[in-house]
Write a protein that binds this ligand. Structure first.
Ligand SMILES: [Zn+2]
Length: 218
């Protein structure tokens, strides 16, 4: 799900009530296109004639296509920064007070907030469907279809490319994020060694009567 300003405002208000006791004053919320961080909290101070002005804001990037729960975790992560900034001790980002509050919220609200998710796009990658095909000439090709075309490609692709063997996986590994999600059958020849490493944590699946059936192990 891609964040929009109305979604962000809605989530901020909801979590402020449910998790932060309504004690986070409203601040500017922004949707950015940051490519390296899913979220950020900023606190700037400037001097004006009437004294020091504090400007706090939360930005959430729309460049990440996160699952709804993961998006919520990013928003709450930034709200914890805001809380620590207002009420917590002065500490480095993700210091002891931050971590204690994050752990407490994860425990009491069944969340999965992490430090990694906000800091790097790595953990936020959406799972991809990957078809691995052994070709008659010995090369290995992969296809990475969009969800809506998965069943059709699962059915057609081995025949289209004359594959000797075809296996399918779901993987969140960054290796696959370089391949665009294909609407049409498109085969990428890959290095089997790299592919094997990238698929280390992947789960296999089959499709039967249009239903996706996960294998019990990879
Ligand atoms: Zn953070």
């Amino acid at each position: 799900m891609t964040v929009t300003l109305p979604i962000l405002c809605d989530r901020f208000n909801r979590f402020n009530e449910r998790i932060f006791g309504g004690r986070l004053p409203r601040i500017p919320l922004r949707v950015s296109s940051a490519a390296t961080r899913a979220g950020s909290f900023s606190h700037r101070t400037s001097r004006s004639r009437s004294g020091i002005v504090h400007t706090r804001s939360i930005s959430i990037s729309s460049a990440f296509d996160l699952e709804p729960d993961a998006l919520d975790d990013v928003i709450i992560h930034e709200m914890i920064h805001y809380w620590i900034d207002l009420y917590g001790p002065r500490e480095t980002p993700h210091g002891p007070a931050f971590r204690a509050m994050m752990d407490e919220i994860n425990r009491t609200h069944g969340r999965n907030i992490s430090i990694r998710l906000s800091a790097t796009p790595e953990a936020s990658r959406k799972p991809r469907f990957v078809g691995v095909m052994e070709l008659p000439d010995g090369r290995t090709g992969i296809v990475v279809p969009v969800r809506s075309r998965l069943a059709a490609m699962y059915r057609d692709i081995p025949r289209l490319f004359g594959a000797v063997n075809c296996r399918w996986y779901v993987s969140s590994d960054g290796y696959f994020s370089r391949f665009p999600s294909a609407l049409k059958p498109k085969l990428y020849i890959t290095d089997p060694g790299c592919l094997k490493a990238a698929l280390a944590g992947a789960r296999g699946f089959t499709i039967s009567s249009d239903r996706l059936i996960m294998s019990s192990s990879s």
